[in-house]
Ligand binder design. Structure first.
Ligand SMILES: *Cc1c(COP(=O)(O)O)cnc(C)c1O
Length: 383
């Protein structure tokens, strides 16, 4: 038997309804959406238009404001470097947060090398950003604030509506990485004053390799320098033949996630709370991140006095979880998110991230709770 999959912040299994929607676009409807002169092109265009509409409606945007990309990494790069390149004559200061995904931090650090100044704000012990700190960090030369909606390691939800309000008042562009948030919390680019939003399909039971950047077109109209030049697709902001099956699947995944948001969240929260209640009374177990301002399917714990990699190894046959973020778990560096919460290196390394998803069952979580308890106690006795 394969281990129980509880790593839904790294990626999710594809929903069968998504796959079914995609299949004809691999074979029958294989046309290039840029072919305007014949039926094959129109079929692909129609699939893409429908997906674009679904995604736009899901975040209260216009179809013309959705730029398809290869995922949230590319969307973050386009947003951050694209704004920097288009607005550098206005200012060279960018604000982000220490707990952001590497796909935000690395483009910011790249810009630092080019002469931009980036302020990475710290967070409180519960992972939340202080609004006063943000307000006081905005300067006359600040051109962009980038704060994620939902954290991929600790599931913490930042108050993006309030952050958007502050940015709007100060006339600074606001970008938010919503890779973990779309379909899980309500998102509205108008009421939340969001100017740029990164999305991806594979965290919501869609295919890997597709995502989008929302780019506001009025009040204000966001200028952006494209990072990939070529055939001029996606309003010249992202050249390259569109991957029709992936985009169609992305649309379907968003449609399902929006429709199931409440029921999925309710179910996942029950499973998550069950798991936490089973583990929280063990000696030295500590919750990472705020319990209330948090994604329903996320549990992240640190276990004092237990070797993190030994624990992961012990759990491997039973459950697929990760310690720290999947993107950095190949290296032995402690998670930058957990160290930003004030954890020591060893405590950050002795952490487990459970990502509960749509298809997990109570029976699975019961097994995981038992096995995790057993493994922690066994490793403790060994020392
Ligand atoms: C997964 C993830 C990304 C990267 O998305 P890809 O589509 O895999 O490039 C970026 N930000 C966050 C918060 C994520 O969870």
């Amino acid at each position: 038997m394969r281990p129980i999959y509880l790593d839904c912040h790294a990626t999710t299994p594809m929903d069968q309804r998504v796959l079914a929607q995609m299949l004809p676009f691999f074979s029958e409807y294989f046309g290039n959406a840029s072919s305007v002169g014949h039926l094959y092109g129109w079929e692909a265009q129609a699939g893409i238009k429908q997906a674009r509409e679904i995604i736009a409606i899901a975040i209260n945007a216009k179809e013309t404001e959705i730029i398809f990309t290869s995922g949230a990494t590319e969307a973050n790069n386009l947003a951050i470097k694209g704004v920097a390149e288009a607005y550098f004559d206005k200012g060279k200061h960018i604000i982000s947060v220490q707990t952001e995904h590497k796909a935000v931090i690395e483009p910011c650090e790249y810009l630092q090398e080019l002469g931009f100044e980036v302020t990475f704000l710290p967070v409180a012990e519960n992972g939340l950003l202080s609004l006063d700190l943000l307000r006081n960090s905005i300067r006359d030369d600040t051109i962009l604030v980038s704060v994620m909606a939902a954290n991929n390691e600790i599931g913490v939800l930042q108050p993006i509506g309030k952050i958007g309000q502050i940015c709007h008042e100060r006339e600074v562009l606001f970008h938010t990485d919503c890779a973990q948030a779309i379909g899980k919390i309500p998102l509205d680019v108008e009421s939340m004053n969001i100017d740029l939003m990164s999305l991806t399909a594979h965290k919501i039971y869609g295919p890997k390799g597709v995502g989008a950047l929302y780019v506001r077109r009025r009040n204000p109209r966001v200028r952006l320098a494209s990072q990939i030049q070529g055939g001029g697709q996606e309003k010249k902001l992202r050249s390259g033949t569109l991957c029709t099956p992936n985009i169609v699947g992305f649309g379907k995944a968003v449609e399902i996630a929006i429709a199931l948001m409440e029921t999925d969240n309710e179910k996942q929260k029950k499973l998550r709370n069950y798991l936490w209640n089973q583990l929280k009374n063990l000696e030295g177990v500590k919750l990472n991140g705020d319990l209330k301002q948090r994604l329903a399917g996320n549990l992240n714990i640190s276990i004092q006095g237990v070797d993190g990699s030994a624990l992961l190894l012990a759990l491997q046959p039973v459950v697929a979880v990760s310690s720290g973020s999947a993107c950095t778990s190949e290296s032995t560096k402690p998670s930058h998110v957990l160290t930003a919460l004030g954890h020591s290196k060893s405590l950050a390394q002795a952490s487990l991230r459970f990502g509960i998803g749509r298809f997990n069952t109570l029976t699975e979580i019961e097994t995981v709770a038992q096995e995790t308890k057993k493994a922690i106690i066994a490793l403790r006795n060994f020392h």
